[in-house]
Design a protein. Sequence first.
Length: 318
Amino acid sequence: MAKWFMAFINFTYLEELTALCKYYNFIFAKILVKEFRIGRIIARIKHIFLKRNKRFEELINKRPFSLNIETINICNARCCFCSYPKKTNRKKEEMPLELYEKIIREYSEMGGGSLDFSPINGDFFLDSKCLERIEIARRYPKIGTVTVVTNAIALDRIKDDWGYFINNTDIMHFSIGGLTRESYHRMYGVDKYEKVKSNIVNFAKLRNKIKPAYVLGLILRVAKKSEVFKSPDFKEFKKLGIDITIDNVYSNWGGTVGEEDLPVGAIFRENIPSQAKLNPCFVFYIGLGITSSGLAVACSCMNEEISPELTIGDCTKE
């Protein structure tokens, strides 16, 4: 049971769900994700909880326990599996600090929880105020686990402040496309693999020196999973204590990405047998996303342009 839950909550839900599930006397181990596609298992657990435990249902209906904020919607990659290179009519912007702090303050007043910086279309380290946002979040004691997801291309922009960053966040997930210059360029559309590798290796070495408990994860977005295991870089990342997840399953981004956009070997989500799609995403039940313009969205994987029906509010007006 612990491993199933931890595979789902690898992006920071440990603290909040542990608190919730103490009601049921569950004990969760800190096990990082080994396989992310466990939707049916999680959906079944959700079904059991909601069917048998009204208390749990009341808790998750009251407020979000995880908040993902897209502080910037500008990206420095052109991933073949993303809508960003194809449909980018959104105004390029950074979220104003005033709006950001309002969101953090109101979330904290609701009870707080985990905070994720995982832009829907963009990268956190392109945000000129990224360190200020970390500092603001840490003013509020009810903000728990802080996680950042990045492609690591611009990670060296704050290299002089890596120590501060490690000491004031909890988890970093690197998302990169393969472990060779060629495979990376094929998936991410830019020739940045050597820079990305250098940033990740140097950051991990500093983490190991000053805060070994800091969680580092590497998400490899590839065409074929088998292509990475013999890579010397794979072994180097593992030796540095980085937990590695390999993913070659991609969605259609609301119809903007097609199977023809993906390299041979990648699995297009629309081709997964329909009988496997049995339940809605569990994240809907506990998390909320805020776009760079301040819109509240039910799904942090899609923006208001791709899936306008998922927009449920506007933090600039409410």
